[in-house]
Write a protein that binds this ligand. Structure first.
Ligand code: GLN
Length: 492
């Protein structure tokens, strides 16, 4: 019996290469773990047969000496990524039983490199949310529980299934996406590592669009090194995405463990928001100390437009969403509701197919783009976006990276924020700025709160400089030395 608890991608790949374990054995063990973990609701589709077939091929390639860098590693795929011949729903009813005839570039890269797909992971509908509660498949439950109670907590969102599956050792890593924090906040809530790379690093081709100028794919993993290994595969220029960057993909993993001596790290004072829990403050201070001990120089910096980021994001993201989601009309994909006329069919399909949060975004988006309001809202938000990017540019003239908390709290209870959209949106306060500026940022476990729940620290880097934040994240991971793991209460 293979012990999956805490097994990292890095170790598993070594074991596979040395033939201490076969891809079939490793995959079977993960499939069993996936079945046992059904109470977490992390998967919306299990693809066991396909996984076993992929594992068999991996074993053949390992035997033939033609193994790829991720050969035989079982992973999960957020259901926002289109997978050829496998139902892809984006967490929405409106896509129904949609089975794509094409593969997203990111997943194509992972299969090219030998990864094995265990299934499709639950998520907020169209990636809109911070708690996984907008999913048409019901919420994901965080494998972590607070020491104070057995209450079900959110794993965060929108990549809640990805984060929960990694944290509960069902997968060795997962794909995720981040439009305003959806990789980093779930990573913070589940004690995992999540990186949103530079906008354009990973192709958006075949990833269901939410807000195209902000959407970016990235991995959620158990360690910084694992995240680096996955990101390398996922990245790369793609002519099928006009915003994909024609940049070389470095070997990110070699940056992990690299010395950070002499690096200048900015601590942005505007991120010290009112009402911030003392535990988050303490976590941040610890992060500062750890980087100092590693030889970094910590400096106070100002990003003066930070407080306008959240309002600007919640105009720009819905505006783009309202346009992107216009294609779901009951004709082209998935479900279709009955109606007398064509417009009746459109209306009925969209009324039945979209959930409440998605409808709210479409309404806000259509409003801020409409004649008379465009200048007041959308255009203004675009100007704010420029200012925010300029703030970062100015800061990066004097520092190599920035350190902040990832989220303003630890995981909260399912249902706690569902009646107040603004309270939910406030979760994204430290993460949306980075999407607006297109920069890379990573969340790494920094410790736990008083009740034993994980808390994450965020490092923000210059465009295309993921390597620096990987090296710094490696230092934080080592210094924090988090060994706590969730108790597997979900195993009956
Ligand atoms: N929570 C944010 C939102 O609801 C971000 C989601 C995301 O990054 N996909 O828009």
């Amino acid at each position: 019996m293979i012990d999956l608890k805490g097994l990292t991608l890095e170790t598993a790949l070594d074991d596979l290469k040395a033939r201490r374990v076969s891809a079939v054995e490793l995959t079977r063990a993960h499939l069993e773990a996936m079945e046992r973990a059904r109470p977490l609701n992390a998967f919306v589709l299990e693809t066991a047969e396909r996984a076993m077939e992929m594992a068999r091929i991996s074993d053949e390639r390992i035997a033939a000496g033609t193994a790829g860098p991720l050969e035989g590693a079982p992973i999960g795929v957020k259901d926002l990524f289109c997978t050829r011949g496998v139902r892809s729903t984006a967490g929405s009813r409106i896509l129904g039983e949609f089975v794509p005839a094409y593969e997203s570039t990111v997943t194509e890269h992972l299969w090219r490199d030998g990864a094995v797909m265990l299934g499709k992971l639950n998520m907020d509908e169209f990636a809109m949310g911070s708690s996984n509660e907008t999913s048409a498949f019901g919420p994901v439950v965080n494998p972590w529980r607070s020491g104070a109670s057995n209450r079900s907590l959110t794993p965060g969102g929108s990549s809640g299934g990805s984060a929960a599956a990694v944290a509960s050792d069902i997968v060795l890593g997962a794909t995720a996406t981040d439009t305003g924090g959806s990789i980093r906040q779930p990573a913070s809530f589940t004690g995992t590592v999540g990186i949103k790379p530079t906008y354009g690093r990973c192709s958006r081709w075949g990833v269901v669009a939410f807000a195209s100028s902000l959407d970016q794919a990235g991995p959620i993993a158990k360690t910084v090194k694992d995240a680096a290994l996955l990101l390398r595969s996922m990245s790369g220029h793609d002519p099928k995405d006009s915003t994909s960057l024609p940049a070389d993909v470095p070997d990110f993993a070699t940056a992990v463990g690299r010395s950070v001596k002499g690096l200048r790290i900015g601590v942005p004072r505007e991120y010290r928001v009112e009402g911030m829990p003392p535990e988050i403050e303490a976590l941040w201070r610890r992060g500062v100390e750890w980087l100092k001990e590693a030889g970094c120089e910590l400096v106070d910096v100002s990003l003066p437009h930070t407080r306008y980021a959240l309002p600007a994001y919640y105009i720009i993201a819905p505006a783009e969403a309202s346009s992107n989601l216009a294609r779901y009309d009951g004709m082209r994909y998935g479900m279709r509701s009955e109606g007398e006329t064509l417009s009746d069919v459109y209306e009925a399909t969209r009324a039945d197919g979209f959930g409440e949060e998605v409808k709210r975004r479409i309404l806000i988006g259509a409003y801020v783009l409409s004649a008379g309001y465009y200048d007041a809202y959308y255009l203004k938000a675009q100007k704010v976006r420029r200012r925010i990017a300029d703030d970062f540019d100015r800061a990066f003239e004097t520092v190599d990276a920035l350190l902040t908390p990832t989220a303003p709290s630890a995981a909260f209870g399912l249902g706690d924020n569902t009646s107040d959209p603004i309270a939910m949106y406030l979760n994204d306060i430290f993460t949306v700025t980075v999407n607006l500026a297109g920069l890379p940022a990573i969340s790494v476990p920094g410790g736990t709160d008083a009740t034993g729940l994980p808390l994450g620290l965020q490092l923000i880097g210059r465009a295309l400089d993921e390597e620096t934040i990987f090296s710094l994240a490696g230092v934080l991971e080592k210094s924090a030395g988090v060994t706590a793991r969730p108790e597997p209460w979900w195993v009956a």
